[in-house]
Design a protein around this ligand. Structure first.
Ligand SMILES: O=c1ccn([C@@H]2O[C@H](COP(=O)(O)OP(=O)(O)O[C@H]3O[C@@H](CO)[C@H](O)[C@H]3O)[C@@H](O)[C@H]2O)c(=O)[nH]1
Ligand code: MN
Length: 386
């Protein structure tokens, strides 16, 4: 195969970590030119593209990538009536990719996210800001920032490191990730806890356009995140967090069945709460099963701010519902009989139906969809059946 042009001048990562154990899931409504910039890091991996919106539209994928693509017709064909649990016209559709994957690890990324270089060359920055759908082929070789070891930054590699290293949810290490080279547990950290626990989720962050909600985007339209904080930390047990699906990796075997991105978009009263809903369910279940969730490195460069007015319409019910949703998840208790992710998730769906349905009939529908999701997951993944 003739290697397509490598537009960022970084050698192709042939010896890609976990190449045969990881799928990359991309939800999309547009051509995937953004992959040109990721080619050195992502080309060795298999992609699962979940095409949202009009299934008759053709999504162009740059040559040289190994991928499978599912549109709405495919989802309906594969799941039949259970397809009702997969959102339409919302990035929540990406969770279908998690379900059909057969790999142990998943990395999911949005198509307006680029390789983050802590120092950008002006021409490259201009090109990225021009709009992510413009072909990346004419992206000049950017001056690639070097991490302390002098290597080019590779987001997927950092996610894999995060997932392969234990987490420390039971006691906070003030020097952050104790397993990182050049760091350790600080004085006073109980030795009985230093082995850590398996890491289920690696939550990356974003330079340039931060993942703000619509009201914040409206009052701070020009705010850009330029702070590259060189840290990875475990989110302590008992603490929830707003998970963003833009730059996210997880161990599918450990937590996959809980990564349902809910009922969002077309026909639903709410949108842009897909990843956060999943993150609240995932964190309650990880805390219950003694699994770890990390946040921090890697960063990606988020180049497109979606329209804050459109986002406000999608989010507004969520903005006041979440004042009840968060206390619900903070007080959610799972039984000791719940020892698998599916069992935990089904218990959680019962609690949603009981405790959140009084807020709005939507939660009754969502609780049912959570059950349908598990049924569909088990149908496609019989080996992992609860
Ligand atoms: O109807 C749609 C709209 C978009 N997509 C794909 O989903 C991702 C994210 O889309 P976009 O970058 O346009 O939106 P953001 O507001 O920046 O996304 C943030 O909100 C989160 C919750 O939705 C999301 O995870 C965050 O990144 C792109 O790949 C679009 O192509 C879609 O599939 N269907
Ligand atoms: Mn975006």
């Amino acid at each position: 195969m003739v290697e397509p042009a490598n537009t960022v001048g970084i050698p192709l990562n042939h010896a890609a970590l976990l190449k045969d154990e990881l799928d990359i899931v991309i939800p999309t409504i547009r051509n995937l030119d953004f992959l040109d910039m990721w080619r050195p890091f992502l080309q060795p991996y298999h992609l699962i593209i979940v095409q949202d919106g009009d299934p008759s539209k053709t999504i162009a994928v740059p040559e040289g990538f190994d991928y499978e693509l599912y549109n709405r017709n495919d989802i309906n064909r594969i799941l039949g009536p259970k397809a009702s649990c997969i959102s339409f016209k919302d990035s929540a559709c990406r969770c279908f990719g998690y379900m059909v994957s057969k790999k142990k690890y998943i990395f999911t990324i949005d198509d307006d996210c680029f390789v983050s270089f802590p120092q950008f060359s002006k021409s490259a920055l201009r090109l990225c800001l021009k709009d992510c759908v413009v072909s990346m082929r004419d992206l000049v070789t950017v001056s690639v920032a070097k991490d302390p070891s002098g290597k080019a930054v590779n987001a997927l590699e950092q996610h894999i490191k995060n997932l392969l290293c234990p987490s420390s949810p039971f006691f906070f290490n003030t020097l952050y990730d104790p397993y990182r080279e050049g760091a350790d547990f600080v004085r006073g950290y109980p030795f009985s806890l230093r082995e850590g626990v398996s890491t289920a989720v690696s939550h990356g962050l974003w330079l340039n356009i931060p993942d703000y909600d619509a009201p914040t985007q409206l009052v701070k339209p020009k705010e850009r995140n330029t702070r590259y904080v060189d840290a990875v930390m475990t989110i302590p047990k008992g603490t929830l967090f707003p998970m963003c699906g833009m730059n996210l990796a997880f161990d599918r075997d450990l937590i996959g069945p809980a990564m349902y991105f809910g009922l969002m978009g077309d026909g639903q009263p709410i949108g842009r709460y897909d990843d956060m809903w999943a993150g609240w369910c995932v964190k309650v279940i990880c805390d219950h099963l003694g699994l770890g969730v990390k946040t921090g490195l890697p960063y990606i460069y988020h180049s497109k701010a979606s329209n804050p007015f459109v986002n406000l319409k999608k989010e507004y019910k969520g903005i006041f519902w979440q004042e009840d949703i968060i206390p619900f998840f903070q007080s959610a208790k799972l039984s000791k009989e719940a020892v698998t992710v599916q069992q935990c998730y089904l218990e959680l769906s019962k609690l949603v139906k009981e405790k959140l349905s009084p807020i709005d009939p939507y939660f009754d529908k969502l609780a049912d969809a959570m059950v349908t999701w598990i049924e569909a997951w088990d149908e496609l993944n019989p080996a992992t059946k609860a």
